[in-house]
Write a protein that binds this ligand. Structure first.
Ligand code: M6R
Length: 580
């Protein structure tokens, strides 16, 4: 939620910031803004997406600057609420990612001292507080006001009269790219990639003073040194590469991602040992990561016989007695506030903690005792696709390594069929979906989380109401919704639940709801019951889980495109949910 960038060096800072913000736009896209020093402070703000902006920040001059792309928390998206925020004399500029929880109290105090506010944001208290404490040294002024702030922040600050960029981190991510005679800062590593692969990941409590000649970092008033890490991603991975949307590119990357993730997980690893030795596991995750984790829980219970449950990370704290020896936090971004909070709580309760994430250096990697990377590469689309498949690949590989029942054949089948599933013709299914008022996704066993994920994908980018249900639950209420305008979507393969799924589908057909079914080669029974049958190759149940999930991603994508929606940046959403 919100992305920030900063630059100091020899280039035009406004352009570096604008390009960096484009890379961070997945974090929020209500409005954006840039400030540069040349040597006076110039500011540009725009309501809406950077890519849609008719005007631009190109007129801003100077080789030091900061920028921000916003996902509104305090105050509607508008020019006055867009960052950077300034002090009353318009000399100090601040961009902020996070939430200042005590801003109302701080604002009241500032107003009593005569400060007039220009925005509704929590952030604006920061430049005013710095101005009150400023005596010709920005870094010192920032250090003196930070103890007043409660909440989370990644901050970048500049002021007229100093060639310094000041950064501070507490609970929100911030990375410093170390280039040759230049420094680039970002909420993640993506804005850095065109300039350097050398990165310093700030820790909570760090404040930094950066000039084009070097940087120093303090923590609790003491100078500290931080390791420089090599970023594994490259700039091309974060580009659309000829695809119309990031989401489509990421869907098409899945054959490679699936294979990469499988091969990256080794039997002799501390993370796999940690899972092997657990008596019971709790997984905390949100959204797509929670759906993928549910697949893991079915696999762990069914094959490895280790009790494994998934608790939505935002609910974990409401189960105060919950304790398992191992708690796993699953998060693509590694920055989801609820997942981080749940994992910290689990640690406090004495559980061992493991993070499964895609992003090197993300906050979750510092919270958990051990980390396992899914290695899906940068995921730019708000709708998660390849990260889901990489998480499922990781889970299948873990189960393969832990159990006596080897999944090698099943995993090879998935690798073989993933490329061909991408060209499945979904036109008839899209026609049914795009005219629907509600879509119900149903499944049993491993296909219940597949249904949940299919529905999540559809609703977030098509804006059609879609719900995932365990097929057995349909008669306990949702049946009342069935009508010719509520298609029901299901994966139905020949496993132990096939007969009961067939009965469920017939009951649905008897109530005139259209049926879209994904089934192995669409046998006669399925053809009879379904309005649209989408064929799967003859793969195992595990193969059907992965392949049908990819089909449901494509169905959501094609439906959203046919409705003319902005697939990569759906309304009201942001990719990284860094607030509770
Ligand atoms: O980065 P995380 O995996 O922790 O993100 C969790 C959810 O916010 C995320 O999966 C979200 O549900 C996706 N936009 C769904 O496509």
């Amino acid at each position: 939620m919100c992305g920030i960038v900063g630059y100091t060096g020899y280039r035009e800072a406004a352009e570096v910031c604008r390009l960096g913000l484009l890379r961070l736009e997945y974090r929020g896209y209500d409005s954006y803004g840039i400030a540069t020093l040349s040597p006076s402070l110039s500011v540009y703000k725009h309501v809406g997406k950077i890519s849609d902006s008719a005007t631009s920040s190109n007129h801003l001059r100077g080789d030091t600057g900061i920028g921000h792309t916003r996902w509104a928390t305090h105050g509607v998206p508008s020019e006055k609420n867009a960052h950077p925020h300034l002090d009353a004399k318009k000399k100090i500029a601040v961009v902020h990612n996070g939430i200042i929880e005590n801003y109302a109290e701080l604002r009241r105090g500032l107003e009593e001292r005569g400060v007039v506010f220009a925005s509704d944001t929590d952030t604006e208290v920061i430049p005013h507080l710095i101005a009150e404490h400023y005596t010709k040294n920005l870094f010192q002024a920032v250090e003196s006001i930070l103890p007043m702030l409660k909440g989370s922040y990644a901050l970048l600050i500049i002021t007229e009269g100093e060639d310094t960029l000041v950064a501070a981190r507490n609970g929100s991510p911030l990375v410093l790219g170390v280039g040759d005679g230049e420094y680039v800062l970002g909420s993640d590593a993506l804005p850095l990639l065109d300039y350097t692969r050398q990165a310093v990941y700030f820790e909570d409590g760090d404040t930094a003073e950066i000039t084009r000649d070097g940087f120093t970092i303090h923590n609790k008033g003491v100078s500290v040194s931080r390791n420089i890490t090599e970023i594994e991603w490259n700039a091309d991975e974060a580009k659309k590469g000829g695809y119309q949307h990031y989401m489509l590119k990421e869907i098409f990357e899945q054959p490679e991602v699936f294979a990469n993730t499988l091969s990256s997980i080794k039997s002799k690893s501390e993370a796999v040992d940690m899972i092997r030795n657990a008596h019971a596991i709790t997984i905390v995750a949100c959204g797509t990561s929670a759906n993928a984790s549910m697949i893991f829980s079915y696999l762990m219970e069914g094959i490895c016989h280790i009790p494994t449950r998934v608790i939505l990370a935002s609910e974990f704290k409401y189960f105060p007695t919950m304790f398992t020896d191992l708690v796993i936090g699953v998060s693509q971004s590694g920055e989801t506030a609820d997942t981080l909070a749940a994992l910290k709580l689990a640690k406090d309760r004495g559980s061992q903690t493991l993070a499964i994430t895609n992003v090197l250096g993300s906050t979750i990697t510092r919270v958990a005792s051990l980390v396992l990377y899914t290695r899906a590469g940068p995921e730019m689309s708000v709708a998660a696709t390849k990260s889901f498949t990489s998480q499922v690949a990781a889970f299948l590989q873990i189960v393969n390594l832990l159990s006596d029942y080897k999944l090698e054949t099943e995993l090879s089948e998935i690798k073989r069929y993933l490329p061909e599933i991408l060209s499945t013709d979904l036109s008839k299914a899209v026609d049914l979906c795009k005219n629907a008022t509600t879509l119900l996704y149903i499944g049993r066993g491993l296909f219940y989380p597949v249904a949940l994920e299919g529905a999540l994908k559809m609703k977030e980018i098509s804006y059609i109401h879609a719900e995932g249900y365990a097929a057995g639950e349909l008669k306990h209420g949702p049946f009342a919704l069935l009508s010719p305008k509520t298609p029901v979507i299901s994966t139905c393969v020949s496993n132990c639940v096939y007969p009961v799924m067939m009965s469920n589908l017939k009951e649905i057909k008897a109530r005139n709801a259209p049926i879209i079914v994904i089934g192995k080669n669409c046998d006669k029974d399925l053809e009879d019951v379904a309005d649209v049958c989408i064929p799967l190759p003859a793969v195992s149940e595990y193969g059907a889980v992965v392949l049908s999930s990819v089909i449901l991603q494509l169905l959501a994508y094609q439906t959203a495109v046919s409705l003319g929606n902005d697939v990569d940046m759906p309304r009201n959403l942001a990719k990284s949910v860094t607030v509770e």
